[in-house]
Each structure stands twice: as structure tokens, then as C-alpha cells.
Ligand binder design. Sequence first.
Ligand code: HSE
Length: 407
Amino acid sequence: MVNIAVLGYGTVGSGVVEVIRTNGEIINKKAGQEIHVKYVLDLREFEGDPVQEILVHDYNIILEDPEIEVVVEVMGGVEPAYTFTKKALLAGKSVCTSNKELVAKHGAELLAIARQKQRNYLFEASVGGGIPIIRPLNSSLTADDITEITGILNGTTNYILTEMADKGAAFEDVLKDAQSKGYAERNPEADVEGYDACRKIAILTSLVVGEQVDYEDVHTEGITKLTEADFKYAKALGASIKLLGTSRKVDGTFYSMVAPVMIGQEHPLISVNGVFNGIFIHGNVLDDVMFYGRGAGKLPTASAVVSDVVDAVKHLNENILTIWEQKKYALGTYEKLPGRFFVRMAQAADPESQKQEIGKVFGEVRYVEADGVEGETAFVTGTVTEGDFSGRIAGFGQVRSVIRVDF
Ligand code: HSE
């Protein structure tokens, strides 16, 4: 029997206890021995919940108990999760987590400690919730030179964008609806500003390059500025607007970005709607591969955490090598990244000379009209770098919206 402790009895923590209770027989068979939840750590009391019998409030009880071999950290946030995780690994316990903030910030260091101690730091649930993506990157996709990893990595924003597209609704109204349904937090900033997706693409890119990609270096834009009119133009173009986290290798260097992008019907992520996540990878010998599923939620996330516990139990005194060195990776300068852009401008008094002006600055462009949108000039540019685009568009005072285009 292997004893484990769960740090945090919130949504994911209670999910982990429930998954082990519900699927215990299957899980124990896969792990090769019984997995027993000996403690749950939380500051709160849970009167009437059977967890009360194993609830502790002092982390040292877990840390100092030699019977605890695996710690499940599902508290979220950097502290005290970082201190608790480090202490657990140094004490010779493996740690499994869903904590993307901590993994993005200190993953490389915690992996190094785990390796030194011949234990494991596993974080399948930190990206894509229940979707297997970390383990595939570490094992199934190791024969490839991966040249692109692009994902819809945030369920909250994908739900909002899908509803805006389907119902023609405004961002604020859909956000309120998402909050009432529990798909968005009361403070939705981390999701809608793209910060959550940014941490996730930083983790995935770190694993692809094997070095530390700092999320602060990833150019990040959220979805708060998108309007009903943007979706009308997307429809006219036969496209969908998705919040994508992307890392692409150009001339040997990865460029990373999180931003809303118009994708066409041919794009592999076009059918990823609602709260679902999808991750698309291109490898030089494998070609394209896609991962799809629930990127959030109590039980899907807990499923990924418990799969890590099973892996930790199967490798109790043996480190599963994960290449993610602490050395900082220099991402390509975002301004040099080439792309195409959809632009909306207020229509000038003389639309023809406005178009001539646009032509002088951007060369050949494709003009677009959308049902129900008047008084605007909208177009899609040819390929231009991010830096050149910013410079060229700066001269037009009347820009209403800019969205990257990938079709
Ligand atoms: N708010 C996040 C999402 C939770 O919607 O994807 C999972 O990280």
C-alpha cells in the first residue's frame, strides 16, 4: 500500500479524493498496489464530509510522516505551494500537481530536485486539464523535431468566444452568463486577459525546447476588446475567432504568443468549441497530431492528477527523466514574427482615397464587408512582421480592431 496526502480540498482536491474513491479498484490495479489517501490538508473544516476524519491543518504532520510517499499539491498559486512542494521533494516524497502558476514559474527547479532525490514531480493536469499532453510530450513525441505547438488552452475564454459567435452576444453579457454557470471565475482576469493560457504555452514550450521559457517573455493579448462586429466579419470570412497560445519555430528559434486569432475551416482547431480545449502539434517526422478534451473541471482535472499519482507509485524510487533545464530560453523577438492581420477602421469621408492610402501602406489587401456593420473599412493584410504592422498601422488614427489571421 502507498499512502498519499492531498494538499487543498477545493474543486480539484475533492475531485482527486472522489476519483480515488470511485475508481479505486481500477486505479490500484493499474498502480500495482493500493493507493490510500491518508491525509487531506486544508485550513477549513468540512463538517459532515467523510474527509473530516483525515483532515489536517498542519503541513508538518504530512512532511514528517515517513509513510507518505506521494503528495498531491492542488492548492493553486505560487505560495505556499512552492515551499510545500520543495520540502516534500527534499524529504523524498514525489509530488503531483495541477498548479500551472507554480509549474510555469518553478517547474525546472522542482524537476531538478526531484531528479537529484530520485523522486518525481509530475504535472499532467497543469495544461489542458484532463487532456494527456505533458506525458505525450515527454514520451510519445520524443522522436520528432517539434516545429509548432498551438492550443486552445483556456476553457473559459473558449466558451465565451463560442457563445459570442453563436449568439451574436456582447463580451460582457456572455461573461456574466459564464460566471453564473460556473465557467468563469468571479474575478475572470487571468482567463480573459490570456494570462492563464500564457502560463500553459510557456510550460508546453519549455518542455519542447528543454529549457526555461519565462511566461513574462510571451506576448499576451486577451479577448476583452472583441466585439459583436468582429464576429460578423469573421463569419463573412468563413472564420472563427479563437484565443490561441502558439509557439512556432522559425529559422531554428521559437516565437511564442497568446492572442485572439481568426482561423479558417481548414485549421485543425476549428471544431474545438465551448469549454473544450485542443492542442495541435507539428513534428518534422510525425506530421500533425491533435489532442482534444476537457481542459478544466473537477473530475477531468482530477483524472489527470490521479494518473500522475499512479505513475509516481509505479516509479517510487526512480526518477522519470523530464528534460526542462533551468537555463533561460531566448524566445525569438515577437516584432520579427511574420503574420497577417484583419483590420477595422472607421470609414473616411472619402472611402476611395482611404483605400488608396491603405494600399500605399499595406500593398495588396483583401477588403471585407459584414452584414449589419456600416461606416467601416475592413481588410485583411498580406504577410508582414508584427513590428512592421505596428509601425504601419500607427499612422491610421481611426483603427477600431486588429485581429491576427491564420487561414
Ligand atoms: N480557468 C481555466 C480554464 C481552468 O478555463 O481553462 C483550467 O486551467
